[in-house]
Design a protein. Sequence first.
Length: 301
Amino acid sequence: MYHNRPITDFLSKDRKVISIEFFPPKNEVGGKLILKTAAEIKAIMKPDFVSITYGAGGTTRDTTAQYARLLKDDYEFQVMPHLTCVGSSRDEILEILKGFQDDGFCNIMALRGDPPIGETEFKPHPDGLPYASDLVKLIRDNFSGFSLGVAGYPEKHPESSDIETDLDNLVHKVNQGASFITTQLFFENKRYFEFVENCHKRNINIPIIPGLLPVLSLKQIRRFCDFCKAELPKELESKLEACGDDAEAVKEVGVEWAYNQIKEMLENGAPGFHLYILNRSDSAISLIKALTKDGIIESRS
Ligand SMILES: Cc1cc2nc3c(=O)[nH]c(=O)nc-3n(C[C@H](O)[C@H](O)[C@H](O)COP(=O)(O)OP(=O)(O)OC[C@H]3O[C@@H](n4cnc5c(N)ncnc54)[C@H](O)[C@@H]3O)c2cc1C
């Protein structure tokens, strides 16, 4: 068993952190894809840590744990499994956390989670937790040694009435013991810079890792942006439209946009970046190669 280290050990100011997000596969084909991608990412990108999501409605409890173990033990990644409050009682959540601890994990992304498919409103389990801040508190009250990531929303969480309220709720979540924030995807850097400034004004001083998605498909990104209420800039949308059905051209536009976002953010103090790779390696690898070649990130070979 490969024992992980807390992410806070290497979230230091002198080295930019790179993380990658996987999602648990739904079938055998998806299972082969994630492992192939993991091998390529391991060989070329050497991320500081990887995370694996917890499916909507808590449906992937076992697959998340299974692939988190594979990524840790077979690929020797520092792995941060995601955990949500959806569909589980407090005791069930404690049991899941105990399992992660016994398996050598010490990083958790603590989330409330989205409502299960078909439901529009989040309803906590009768014996469960209503907010991610409650999950952070539960972990801090019952375990020691976990580094805890939490979600942040540069364009506010879609359910929040306004940015100020959302930020106040974030302050509470951080004060319960979060170690760092990873953001929702965004395509305009000014959103990130304003978010960081607003966090600092509220004395949130933990690292804020920007979450970025190198676009793979126009249709898909329109759907994601609609779901999480992130702005798809007109300039990016036009460039993607101009690619028509040429999937390779779309990917190039996605990589170029993400490259420019990362360059500017790292030059202006971001502690690193997190990539939503949708279990595909090629865009992420092209991006890392370009950033390394231009000296924007250190070589990882
Ligand atoms: C980096 C990242 C990773 C993600 N990974 C997953 C995943 O693996 N699985 C998954 O299902 N989803 C995932 N999500 C999506 C996330 O679960 C949803 O955005 C969800 O709707 C909110 O989760 P949260 O942890 O941000 O919730 P919270 O921080 O609890 O916030 C939810 C809403 O409640 C409000 N709120 C918070 N506290 C209070 C309070 N005390 N009183 C009143 N209102 C309050 C907030 O302002 C917000 O509007 C991820 C999101 C991000 C950014």
